[in-house]
Design a protein around this ligand. Structure first.
Ligand SMILES: Nc1ncnc2c1ncn2[C@@H]1O[C@H](COP(=O)(O)OP(=O)(O)OP(=O)(O)O)[C@@H](O)[C@H]1O
Ligand SMILES: [Mg+2]
Length: 233
């Protein structure tokens, strides 16, 4: 397998029960630095697929490799390390820790990954400086940096979630409909900011949404039903 693929999926099958098939993908790959829009109606399995990539869910069938390492061939500790080092994740509900401050939320990935910590320090001198640069670059003002995220608006929380996914330059960012709460113009601006920031790091992006009008922002657009060869979804 060539290592210029940040994600490579083959014959991946998954259902929440033994008789169910939600995901049934023969082949799906993402190249380094590529941005991919994955569309599909509500309930079609987009979050399920991201759960499999992000490690929240596991499949007993098929192959899934991140940056050339096949996940089924390494220990669970190595799988966790691989994901912490190479994946930035923006969840549908953000999963920020409301009682922690903006900076503290943003630097969390660097507590779990030495690689990302070192990359952040190399880029900006310190992890905190890197977090500040990302957060202000995404349009949050300085006076919000020490706020608890529970006190921020939804749009502001989205920016913190993006900064957290970007810190330390992961090879692949997976984003689960992070724009669903935004109006049209804010949504476009948000995606432009996300794209601009990830291009600086050379990170690839897999962005899922049911909103087809967003496809123009990405290098490539894929429909989950086209990937899903046999699933009933
Ligand atoms: N934890 C779960 N247990 C059982 N079934 C689930 C679970 N999570 C999701 N499902 C089912 O799996 C299917 C796919 O759900 P999923 O959340 O992946 O869809 P989605 O494409 O992300 O939808 P949305 O656009 O609404 O976020 C749905 O039929 C859903 O009911
Ligand atoms: Mg979903």
């Amino acid at each position: 397998m060539s290592t210029d693929k940040v994600l490579s999926i083959a014959q991946l099958r998954f259902g929440y029960t033994p008789t169910q098939t939600i995901i049934d993908i023969d082949r799906f790959e993402i190249a380094a630095g590529e941005s991919v829009f994955l569309k599909g109606p509500s309930g079609s399995g987009k979050s399920t697929l991201l759960g499999l990539i992000g490690g929240v869910l596991t499949s007993q069938n098929g192959r899934l490799s991140i940056c050339g390492t096949e996940l089924t061939e390494v220990s669970s500790a190595q799988r966790d390390k691989l994901r912490a080092d190479h994946l930035g994740i923006i969840f549908q509900q953000f999963n920020l820790l409301p009682y922690l401050g903006v900076i503290q939320n943003c630097i969390l990935p660097c507590r779990f990954s030495a690689r990302r910590r070192e990359r952040a320090i190399k880029a900006d001198g310190s992890v905190k400086a890197s977090a500040k640069k990302l957060i202000t670059g995404l349009g949050l003002s300085d006076d919000l940096l020490e706020r608890r995220v529970g006190e921020l608006s939804v749009g502001q929380q989205q920016r913190v979630a993006v900064a957290r996914a970007l810190i330390g330059g992961p090879d692949l960012i997976i984003a689960d409909e992070p724009t669903s709460a935004l109006d049209h113009s804010n949504r476009d601006r948000f995606i432009e900011l996300l794209n601009h920031s990830r291009e600086e790091f050379g990170s690839a992006l897999l962005f899922v949404s049911h909103d087809q009008t967003l496809a123009a922002h990405f290098d490539r657009s894929v429909s989950l039903s086209d990937l899903n060869t046999m699933a009933l979804a």
